[in-house]
Design a protein around this ligand. Sequence first.
Ligand code: IPE
Ligand code: IPE
Ligand code: MG
Length: 637
Amino acid sequence: MSMSGVLRVSLSGVYRRAGIHDPFLRRGFEACRRATRDTGEIEYATSLLLPPPLRVATWALYGAVRAVDDLADAHGVSPADRARNLEEWITAFDADMRDRHSTDPVRQALLHSALTWNLSTSFLHTLFEELRQDVNGREFATWQEWRCYSSLINTPLVLRTASLLIRAAGLPLEPETLAAGAPDVALAWQTVVDAIYLTDALVDLADDLDRGHVPLPAEALEEDGVRREELLARRPTPAFAHMVHRLTDQARQWFDQAMVPPVLHPAIGTALTTYTDLYRVRLTSAAHDPGALLQRRPALPWQQRQRVLAPARAKAALAWTFFPVSLRPSPAPTAASGTSFRTEAANARQALRKIQEERRPIAEPEPHPSGARPPQLPAEAMPRHVAIIMDGNGRWATERAKPRSDGHRAGADAIIDVVHGALEIGLSHLTVYAFSTENWKRPAEELQALMYEIPACLGRVYKDSRPLDVRVRWAGLPAGLPIEVVEALTEAEKATRDHSALTLTACVNYGGRAEITAAAAQFAQEAAAGTTAPSSLSEQAFSRYLHVPELPDVDLLLRTGGDLRTSNFLPWQAVYAELMVFDTYWPDFDRRDLWKAIERYASRNRRYGSVPRVPHPAPTPDDNDSATAASGTSQEA
Ligand code: IPE
Ligand code: IPE
Ligand code: MG
């Protein structure tokens, strides 16, 4: 066989050499090939560096994933229909895998490849689960969410393609096994997968925007001041161009992590390098004209493409010729027979989670010294957002004949305990009122103590070798605050932006009226400049101008120290909050009080102005309608 003959084969030659003779099966592979060619230009070009039997199998994997993915985000199809089509495909897939036969050509091609190469198809279930959630459109708030999604939706396909390539090298191993032995390589590849996903998000932007979908995390937009609505309106602002440049640089850095595992066949090494090189070409062309990304997918520039591909073809052909491998699939190494697809999928998911966690070591919350454990509440009974007016530090200290500053120090300990408790019970948003715009009226000495305690307390939340999974946000204004405090708050926000279990919003130099006034001023400014239409203002649109736009409504507002007022705290966000006041001074409050409050909240009947959906339960001392609803102090303390 001539050197180029290994790779340059006519289409019918490819199928012949791959042993695909059956016309129905060939139809399935052809559909997969076309899907790969049309939607995965780089994947397709790379597949041509592989010999026919491997080549067709990569098409089948890619094409099948494409087919099911297309059902989940089909254009012009209602979410309900998308969900139905997806479920039908999944049910049929399960039946096909059981019967080892499919009447759908694409699934038959997948099944054929899976059986030929002993590839587990359970990886698709990880994907299905994500796609089920995608039918209604999906938005990412944080990079962490975005990466997690990438590792659930993209990594499975990458791993199974890796299985295929490892089999071709004759190794009785799964990439997961290799990854366990070389975590740094695994991490590097996860980063490369993220880079691919980020690159695709940029080049497919126009198509996603068409569907009203923004494929980037909100915080990526936020960082450059790109407004979601501007993006959806395809307005090519300087901020957008800046974001594209920043993100393409980011992806390029992620690609730099790629390393080719030395155990692979040299031609496969060439294919992998070519794959990432082509992605770099794609990034360069995306960065070249950011504005164009809002209109259409940029083509891969032919010349640069050739500059990468021509030598790669020669190299791969040479390697296949001089290091021939008998492409006889080795038996599946793991996959204990009898394990259901779903168990395998659950295992795969767990393995992926582990990879995720290893990227960012996170500490578990420490238990309360008393050994108390959080109550078990159904997810729907949990408040999403608890906000606390931490009052009574001064009185706590005065009662103990101590300076007020001691009260603030003790109050910081209470915050830390409550944060651990919030993590334990699974609360997603906790907001604490640490310093109000009115608190400047206090004596200088006390202000000094407070300005010392705030950064110190923040440090305890996240500055640890294994920090808690807490994302810190700051609501408030910088004016008047010492620079160290502003820096500590912004640094905490930055350092914890990937954390996701609990969002802890610190209200420092916060005033509700100041927040609303600042938001109104910013909106007015944009309206005057003509970048926003005055008529576009809605409650939702307005909330995007608040200090922390993504802060959800407060469900439960607690105040310690016994006073029955809200003291300029979150007037916009807390309009429907359940109120509870504790007589306890803040330094005496701990996570058990938080849990008690959440349990009480769970039994309250929230009507939002409507009529009760369930028959009203017998009145309890904490019933909404009871005269002491807001205070109920003695029972709640
Ligand atoms: C709340 O405790 C903490 C802050 C205002 C920072 P206080 O200092 O208001 O305590 P009391 O209300 O005087 O007891
Ligand atoms: C509310 O407490 C502010 C904070 C907890 C930071 P204050 O003690 O300042 O409130 P008032 O003065 O009692 O309303
Ligand atoms: Mg007070």
